[in-house]
Design a protein around this ligand. Structure first.
Ligand SMILES: Nc1nc2c(c(=O)[nH]1)N[C@@H](CN(C=O)c1ccc(C(=O)N[C@@H](CCC(=O)O)C(=O)O)cc1)CN2
Length: 289
């Protein structure tokens, strides 16, 4: 078997075209959505991801607001920029690029954000709303994974899903989305303390690998025909990317998201979707395009 590719790049391009129409409709009503980013430090990966977010904004007509701080910035320096974007009317939504440098209290920074401007869906109020089944911006990578599966016709309803990794951008929140009535999956969250991880993976219809551990998921871990999403990214000394999924998994899986070109572009597309939805909500209608 050779897996069908879950093409995130092409899917994200289609989503961006749909969003561009909605942004036009907002602008026709005098509403200009604007995405802010706060980048602290000089991590090459983070710089690339933030640059990509602003390229996407230009493509769909969203204004860009960029704030950069050195890796030596203090907690107070970062919080001052958060307060500034909370108050800036041109910034209709924003993100704090993660991870923040060691020593910074990430939770305190996230909690200081205005939840109405939280374009990542990572503010505790918005995560709480998700738990309570209330309307909230959805975390971008989990939402991107679901959209990627849906648009490729992979059955989620009733599926057994194994997630590897308990980070805040993916592992912690994806179960909240996948177990909603609209998705109806059964989710097992595996992590470094999980015994028999191979057995959990082998049983799954869908595997989401988000551990940041190169080639952790190997062909013998995957049920033939399963869908495998490669989310983790590790970079070697030369900056070359390795995903969490071994390339030979393509011989066993029914669907496989490439890395790069899979979940990453979908994460960015869902960020834009959150910005557009927030602007539409603020304009007094759920969808104007
Ligand atoms: N505030 C946030 N921080 C982080 C998030 C997040 O959702 N919000 N997720 C990740 C990084 N991330 C988004 O910020 C992200 C990762 C990957 C990509 C992407 O498009 N990757 C490309 C490859 C790019 C390259 O060459 O390196 C791909 O997969 O094709 C975009 C965004 C952690 N931080």
């Amino acid at each position: 078997m050779t897996a069908q590719i879950l093409d995130g790049k092409a899917t994200a391009a289609a989503i961006k075209s749909e969003l561009a129409v909605r942004v036009e409709a907002l602008k026709a009503r005098g509403v200009q959505p604007g995405l802010g980013t706060i980048l602290v430090g000089d991590d090459v990966g983070s710089q690339k991801y933030v640059a990509g977010k602003h390229r996407d904004c230009a493509q769909v007509g969203i204004a860009s607001i960029q704030r950069e701080l050195p890796g030596t910035a203090s907690q107070e320096d970062i919080e001052a920029v958060v307060r500034e974007l909370n108050e800036d009317p041109a910034c209709t939504g924003y993100i704090v690029q993660l991870p923040l440098p060691r020593g910074v209290d990430t939770n305190r920074v996230l909690e200081l954000m205005d939840p109405a401007k939280d374009a990542d869906g990572l503010h505790p109020t918005n995560l709480g709303r998700l738990v309570l089944n209330e309307s909230a911006p959805l975390p971008c990578t989990p939402n991107g994974i679901i959209e990627l599966l849906r648009r490729h016709g992979v059955e989620i309803d009733g599926a057994d899903v194994a997630v590897v990794g308990r980070g805040i951008t993916v592992g912690r929140s994806i179960g909240l989305l996948l177990t909603r009535r609209s998705e109806n999956a059964t989710v097992t969250l595996c992590h470094t303390g999980t015994r028999e991880m191979a057995a959990h993976l082998r049983r799954a219809d869908i595997v989401v690998a988000a551990a940041g551990s190169p080639h952790l998921v190997r062909p013998e871990h995957v049920r033939p025909g399963a869908a495998v999403l490669d989310v983790g990214v590790s970079r070697n000394a030369e900056g070359k990317i390795a995903g969490d999924v071994h390339p030979d998994v393509a011989e066993v899986a029914g669907w496989l998201s490439p890395n790069p070109g899979g979940v990453g572009p979908m994460t960015r597309a869902m960020l834009l979707a959150n910005v557009v939805e927030a602007a539409e909500r603020a304009a007094g209608t759920d969808r104007v395009g």
